[in-house]
Design a protein around this ligand. Structure first.
Ligand code: TRP
Length: 334
């Protein structure tokens, strides 16, 4: 039965608080994709990737538990789709080593995320930052995933994953499913509220540029009201209207309305009215998530049971692939 379903795997790093952009661009799609019967999904907290940048253990732990609770609060169903910590499934690092030995230095040095991070973290330019994409390939290939829902910024890593899968399959016989990236279409790219040319990101130095899923509701509403727009007054897409267009994306993603519908709704009304409506839509999107999150954080036993059972289910699938790989490369069976 599960053999006929397409498999999905995706992951997010517990490297800090989640933004509204993460939710509207990624998590919400995961919820959609995993809800029906079409796919069997695995959702991973990529905590091993996170330590490529030095973490304070206490904050790291808090971020990891927060992210787990938020996965569930946003609507992922851990009964249906295993949710697990990457560090709880040893097969990830075990396959990563084999893949690292099949990845060329040249390939890794061409990764734009690596080049960016190398600049940003010049004082801690560790080897993990460099081999990061091979670990990500292991995450995906272990589960024989068909589809990997990721933002465009991860497409290059996905391309490398496909190359590694093919390279291994050619060298050692058919072993890995060659996965495809799944870039969601709409509402996917939420930009900074202060600089609509930049993606909304919690690493923005201006706190008004992003909304966190756990921002107090009045604070979130205020950030919308302070968002940059332009000197015009019409709620419309167009040249020089990136700020308004971003607010339209947010409003559309929160309410399900299309750009055309939004333009009609706000015809003859000003930015003030529009921002009020966007703020309200954002607040009503965040409210149920925050309530669920607060409940979950009171129930650590439940959260623990979720990640334990998630890791067990993930391990069963991952170990099957790993055993094949270890046999094919010629390791003696233990
Ligand atoms: N590199 C991804 C990011 O930073 C996170 C990630 C790690 C991931 N392993 C993955 C995403 C496997 C998809 C599949 O966004």
């Amino acid at each position: 039965m599960s053999d006929t379903k397409k498999r999905i795997l995706s992951g997010i790093q517990p490297s800090g608080a989640l933004t509204l952009g993460n939710y509207l661009g990624a998590l919400r799609n995961w919820v959609e994709l995993s809800r029906g019967d079409e796919y069997e999904a695995f959702f991973m907290l990529a905590d091993m990737h996170t330590i490529t940048v030095r973490q304070t253990p206490k904050d790291f732990r808090k971020n990891a538990m927060d992210l787990l609770a938020l996965f569930i609060a946003c609507g992922l169903d851990p009964e249906k789709s295993p949710i697990f910590f990457q560090s709880h499934v040893p097969a990830h690092s075990m396959l990563a080593w084999v893949l690292i030995c099949n990845t060329y230095m040249g390939e890794l040095s061409r990764m734009t995320q690596y080049k960016d991070k190398a600049k940003k973290h010049a004082s801690n330019l560790n080897a993990g930052l460099f081999t990061y994409p091979s670990l990500m390939a292991a995450d995906i290939l272990l589960y024989q995933a068909d589809l990997v829902p990721v933002g465009n910024d991860q497409n290059q890593h996905l391309e490398l994953t496909r190359d590694l899968a093919n390279r291994f399959n050619n060298a050692y016989s058919e072993t890995f499913k060659v996965p495809s990236a799944y870039n969601p279409k709409v509402g996917a790219r939420i930009m900074s509220l202060q600089d609509p040319a930049q993606k909304m990101s919690k690493s923005d130095t201006n706190e008004n540029g992003y909304i966190l899923l756990l921002d107090p509701l009045d604070r979130a509403a205020n950030k919308i009201k302070r968002a940059v727009t332009d000197s015009g007054s019409e709620v419309k897409r167009g040249e020089g209207k990136a700020g308004i267009e971003n607010l339209m994306s947010i409003y559309g993603a929160c309410t399900g309305k299309s750009f055309d519908e939004i333009e009609t709704e706000f015809e003859g009304k000003g930015y003030g009215d529009f921002k009020k409506a966007v703020a309200e839509a954002v607040v009503e999107t965040l409210r149920p998530i925050q309530e669920k999150y607060a409940d979950l954080m009171k129930n650590k036993d439940y959260l623990k049971q979720v990640y334990k059972s998630g890791a067990e289910r993930a391990t069963r699938v991952a170990n099957k692939t790993l055993a094949k790989v270890y046999r094919k490369v010629g390791f003696i069976e233990p």
